[in-house]
Write a protein that binds this ligand. Sequence first.
Ligand SMILES: *Cc1c(COP(=O)(O)O)cnc(C)c1O
Length: 235
Amino acid sequence: MADFTARLAGNLADLRRRIERAAQRADRSAHEITLVAVTKYVGSPVAAALAEAGCLDLGESRPQEVWKKSENLSTLSVRWHLIGHLQRNKVHRTLPLVHLIHSIDSLRLLEEIDRESALIHRRMPVLLEVNISGDASKHGFSPGEMAQCVQAAGNLKNVQVRGLMAMASREGDLASARNDFRQLRQLRDQLHQQHELQVSLEELSMGMSGDFEVAIEEGATILRIGSVLFEGVIP
Ligand SMILES: *Cc1c(COP(=O)(O)O)cnc(C)c1O
């Protein structure tokens, strides 16, 4: 057993305790919150050790990394999450490998996923990425586009829109992160109230290493966490 595994298991246990405590403070159950460990910083051996330590939801921001690691970890029952931009020409190869795509940022992409999902007889679960801060350099739909977007998504039979995803606009600023997360939740609630939605939007994928406790307090159901898991594990 490589010597990083004990440290990794310790970090995972610490993280789960912090998630538990944040959930308690918010009067929520930690069972309703899924931890996706983001393995983009590490190679397959460390990712495999995480899965062996019981963390089976793993996330990657690049499709090519999902291709590679899912092959290297094929004997483990990992659920792969794609959390970064997906180009349409990579949909075909990526779809069969992933459990959930968090980062739908255009209707053209969603339509391509709908077509490819039909071919493999799958109804693909996805989240719509919202550019909550309106920062032009970021991917995602603007909040103002969302009503039209969820209506259009409801007509696609081979995708299952499960919720929304967002990143906090300013790293390290917890008050601003809380505001962003709250806006995402309110946007979801508004979409539900104002439209006869064919989609349920129950999942809110928000919260990373620096702000996940705030995200839990604001209603996150999926956390995407990398850095804190690998402290002392990778040089
Ligand atoms: C890298 C990444 C994360 C994880 O960030 P950490 O701060 O390392 O926890 C979460 N979400 C997305 C979209 C990312 O690219």
